[in-house]
Design a protein around this ligand. Structure first.
Ligand code: NCD
Length: 316
């Protein structure tokens, strides 16, 4: 088993061996989560604090459940109602929480880099639950686990990431992870929704869905992130659906056994047709949610092992 990290801030910092380690352990947690007794005590006696400065449904619930299944004491900070509203800085909030001796801090923040900054100020393990447009490492890991289990491997696959790439930390973390594991990644979407540095990413770029989806193994759809748009990136949602929304006809250009993914929340009828999203023969969207809990259990378990090892070496 190899996992050297002290924090989980981004896929950028992980080696392929560390990615494999997380996924292998997550496979064990999938089995535990499907069993009758879902409890483990690897985090017993430890405190996990979830700090979500941005709205979240599945990521926060998934981290909470993951911590509880591992026996941690889990606290959700209501950041909307916190002292941040009274003008307290991120760092002051972090230092206050740090003084309560948490062992794990799970943080989502609207600004890229904020979670890394916070990690440098506290002395517990920090997990990035999404920072601005930067990274969302546990999402990429749960996507990787879903792909590996469905396709039987996580290398030499052809994967299309489609839609609003420019505003998406999910796309960025996936791009890095899938590249590290030696897959062929394509980006598909309108030029206005491609990141400015797209030519430096070493991936194929398409603005036509039919060409972009041709013979791919995996179709990963992204939400139009309207909250991150400050102007007219698309003519209209109707026009967007017509050109870039995933429907049966566009999907027919992918391999016959291609799987369809979406990190959620979905805009049905904007980036994806509801019938495709609900088609249990093609869509693995529910599996992604299931894998999310297991991957977060694995990540927290491994970080705590490293924390215990470093504390033990300090005490010696
Ligand atoms: C994503 C996020 O927050 O970055 N959602 C998620 O974590 N499941 C994607 C999105 O908001 O569109």
């Amino acid at each position: 088993m190899t996992f050297r990290a002290k924090h989980l801030l981004g896929i950028e910092h992980l080696g392929p061996d560390e990615i494999d380690t997380i996924l292998n352990l997550a496979d064990d947690y999938v089995a535990l989560n499907r069993s009758k007794n879902k409890r483990s005590d690897v985090l017993a006696g430890l405190t996990q604090i979830n700090m979500f400065f941005e709205n979240s449904t599945r990521t926060q619930a998934s981290f909470e459940l993951a911590g509880k299944r591992l026996g941690a004491d889990v606290m959700n900070m209501a950041m909307q109602a916190s002292s941040i509203k009274k003008g307290e800085t991120l760092i002051d909030t972090a230092l206050t929480l740090n003084a309560m001796h948490p062992d794990l801090l799970v943080v989502r923040h609207p600004h890229s880099g904020a979670v890394e900054l916070l990690a440098s100020k506290v002395n517990c393990a920090v997990l990035n639950a999404g920072d601005g447009r930067h990274e969302h490492p546990t999402q990429a890991l749960l996507d990787a686990l879903t792909i590996r289990r469905k396709k039987g491997r996580l290398h030499r696959l052809s994967i299309a990431i489609c839609g609003d790439i420019a505003h998406s930390r999910v796309a960025r973390s996936n791009l890095i992870l899938l590249g590290k594991m030696e897959n062929r990644v394509r980006l598909v979407g309108p030029p206005t929704l491609m990141p400015s540095e797209v030519s430096e990413l070493g991936v194929e770029v398409y603005d036509d869905m039919r060409e972009g989806l041709k013979d791919v193994d995996v179709v990963m759809m992204l939400r139009l992130q309207k909250e991150r748009m400050d102007g007219g990136f698309i003519p209209s949602e109707r026009e967007y659906y017509h050109r870039y929304g995933l429907d049966a006809e566009k999907l027919s250009h992918a391999k016959p056994d291609a799987i369809v993914m979406h990190p959620g929340p979905m805009n049905r009828g904007v980036e994806i047709d509801g019938t495709i999203a609900d088609d249990i023969n093609r869509s693995v969207i529910q599996e992604q949610v299931e894998m999310g809990v297991a991957v977060r259990m694995a990540a927290m378990d491994l970080l705590v092992r490293n924390m215990r090892a470093s504390r033990a070496s300090v005490e010696v």
